[in-house]
Every structure is written in structure tokens, then in C-alpha cells.
Ligand binder design. Structure first.
Ligand SMILES: [Zn+2]
Length: 186
């Protein structure tokens, strides 16, 4: 690990890790950001009382695409933007940090349309990962090729979940990666 650092600092390595680059990027960010944020004034509770769940897809710039600024929203990201993978964070978001609205945001061209769970598990076992661990993990591929149907399923999942407040205002959307637009499904 430390042997990579000198190369990263001189920028001369082709195998530079992002971990070695983030300090430089952060320095730029700190400069651009300017004045310090008054953390006491903003506080940890999202001012717009919303939690948005979306995919980890690297092409999604969630804060810009959906109009959030620092302090305004919880953006909970996971593979596929699946509701079931967000529960732990959502419960904390609602019960500790007072959000009351949930937005499910699926997107076009999602990698979670491209595999079946059984085949994926088999591939992992072929690579030598232990079967019991592979079998107990749900990788949550989309259950349908109909993107609207998946959004509806995730919204319904949250509406029925015993740990999600029944006062929650939940909506479901599709984000089109090609033109950046969003469309409401539920
Ligand atoms: Zn995705």
C-alpha cells in the first residue's frame, strides 16, 4: 500500500489508486467550496425531510440531477437502487433524522437487469467463493424487464414494510440516463 504512495504523489504511475488521488481532489474541493458550512445551523436533519434511494451507477450525479444541495436530502445509494437494500438507512433517516418522504429512483440501462440470481450465484461458486455465503446473500437483480413494474414493486415493498412509517409519502420514478430526464411512475 505505502509503496504506491510515492508514485501517486508524482503522478507517474499507471497503476495509481484512486485512494492515492483523493487528497488532491479534495484540496480543490475545499478551495472551491469556500466559506465553511455552519454545521450547527444546518444540522444533520435533511432540511427537505426527504430520503431518495437510487442506484450506485457511476453515471448518476444524484445531487445535480435531482436538485439537492448539501444538508437537504438523504441520498441512499445501492446496486439497483433497491428498496429492500435501504431499510436500515431509511429507518434511521425517518426515526432519528425526521424525514417523512421517500423517493425511489430507478434508471434506464441498469446493470441489475442483466443477470439472473441463480446464474450469478453459480458464477461466484465457480470462482471459489463459499457456497453457503453465496446462497444466503440476495443480490437483488430486477424481477422484471418492465422498469415501471420494478419501481411499483419497490414502492409497494416500502408501503408494506413494518419498520417504515405508515405516514411516509412515497413516490417512484424512472431516471433516463440518455437525456437525464425523470418520469414519475407512482
Ligand atoms: Zn443501476
Amino acid at each position: 500500500m505505502s509503496s504506491l504512495l510515492p508514485n501517486a504523489l508524482t503522478g507517474s504511475s499507471s497503476s495509481t489508486l484512486v485512494a492515492d488521488e483523493i487528497e488532491k481532489s479534495n484540496e480543490l474541493y475545499v478551495t472551491k467550496r469556500g466559506a465553511k458550512i455552519d454545521l450547527e445551523e444546518i444540522g444533520p436533519k435533511p432540511t427537505r425531510k426527504v430520503a431518495l434511494i437510487c442506484c450506485m451507477d457511476a453515471r448518476i450525479d444524484a445531487f445535480s440531477a435531482f436538485g439537492f444541495k448539501e444538508g437537504e436530502a438523504h441520498v441512499i445509494r445501492n446496486g439497483g437502487g433497491r428498496a429492500s437494500d435501504s431499510i436500515r438507512s431509511l429507518v434511521i433517516s425517518q426515526q432519528q433524522l425526521e424525514t417523512n418522504e421517500i423517493i425511489i429512483m430507478h434508471h434506464t440501462d441498469c446493470g441489475f437487469f442483466t443477470f439472473q440470481e441463480s446464474e450469478f450465484r453459480q458464477m461466484l461458486k465457480t470462482k471459489g467463493f463459499p457456497g453457503p455465503s453465496v446462497d444466503e446473500m440476495s443480490f437483488m437483480p430486477m424481477s422484471s424487464n418492465d422498469i415501471d413494474q420494478n419501481v411499483k414493486e419497490d414502492v409497494e415493498y416500502l408501503e408494506k414494510h413494518p419498520l417504515i412509517s405508515d405516514q411516509s409519502k412515497i413516490s417512484g420514478w424512472v431516471h433516463d440516463l440518455k437525456d437525464g430526464s425523470i418520469r414519475r411512475v407512482v
